[in-house]
Design a protein around this ligand. Sequence first.
Ligand SMILES: OC[C@@H]1[C@@H](O)[C@H](O)[C@@H](O)c2nc(CNc3ccccc3)cn21
Length: 447
Amino acid sequence: MAIIEFPKEMKWGAATAAYQIEGAALEDGRGLSIWDTFSKTPGNVLNGDNGDVACDSYHRYKEDVQIMKELGINVYRFSISWPRIFPAGTGEINQKGLQYYHNLVDELLENGIEPMCTLYHWDLPQALQDQGGWENRKTVDAFADYAEQIFKEFDGKIKKWITINEPWCVSFLSNFIGIHAPGFQNLKLATDISHHLLLAHGKAVARFRDLKVEGSIGYAPNTEWLEPFSSKQEDIDACNRGMGWFIEWFFDPVFKGQYPHFMLEVFDKHGAAPAIQAGDMEIISQKIDFVGINYYTGSVGRYKKDADLFDLEKVDIGYEKTDFDWNIYPEGFYKVLLKIKDQYGDIPVYITENGACYNDEVENGRVKDQGRIDYLKQHLTSLKRAMDSGVQIKGYLAWSLLDNFEWAEGYHKRFGIVHVDFNTLKRTKKDSYYWYKQTVKNGWFDM
Ligand SMILES: OC[C@@H]1[C@@H](O)[C@H](O)[C@@H](O)c2nc(CNc3ccccc3)cn21
């Protein structure tokens, strides 16, 4: 089959997030997050799993960095746990928390791996949630103060920064659909929160610029492709509205300084247009240096009156699926990247998450995850198609380095290229780890 080759200067990495891998949830002064509360509320997480121990990366980070070094990657995306730094969300700083991230970053740098830091990957301090969480505009300023503290602490060591991971998940999945923390189901709450998250992003970027922090900053929205079932205009329009929920709603404010009218109409119809104050859009739309794109799957959609907010129903037409029951749809990766370039210009892009869920097990010391290898091959091929079409891809980071706490699905759903036995915490490199290692080394693979 075809050789798929990438530019020598492209960055290759892997990604994780604090609550999903660190553990040590009650250690060294860390405060509680909304995910500690949510996961310990019966019924919220499969098997009653929680992040108390996770991969124990808080203690095992040196081993994890050695795994990354052997993998040959040159960038590692992790997130900082806000409540590990500010146990109460604001005010007193937990020095042991800062020290952990200095230890991690120093270990990465000593091993030739560049840290890419996500400031917010869903673990809001519970103390702030108790004061209204992201619905309260004070949380926006608390985030900016937290970001400023981290910028000052790590300026010169960390040079790639992501403000917010997937504001759609933090707002709509968590406060309208309700399956993630804090688990509300209120559309107006969710749209107000989506606005406050974008405002928090903008305020953090402003602090980054004011402090003249070395490096580059962006955010990491989640994307999904919706392919119209037919060429009927009603199907095309329904899919565009559905994608507007992930894409235009979170991209237009940042890149155009305004919310998309067609989405405002949808929310307004339900009395859920967000509360916007004078000056907000200017803060949100200040220039960023790159955008992180998370892509996993696509679906086929068609018009159906009142099927959901967008008169859209997804249609299962038999695409192969991962163990998360998500379609394997690499074409959508190519299409969504071209859509973003066409609509928002030639912005530098890091693929900050892409990967597949297969609930692999270790057999005789090996994990044969050919499905994950095939998924990565297909999606990296789509990525190369997008690059050859002019999309400015700066790097690709696989989700995830390790099997980890998969939110409401707990530890049952596995995305790692490294298997973790959650009873012993033993790490086992999967076949996909060795395939990815060879691809990173060569800069190409044979499809
Ligand atoms: O589910 C896999 C990962 C998850 O572990 C990451 O923490 C998170 O950033 C992440 N985002 C997506 C894609 N977005 C999404 C959309 C709907 C439901 C769940 C996730 C997948 N993932």
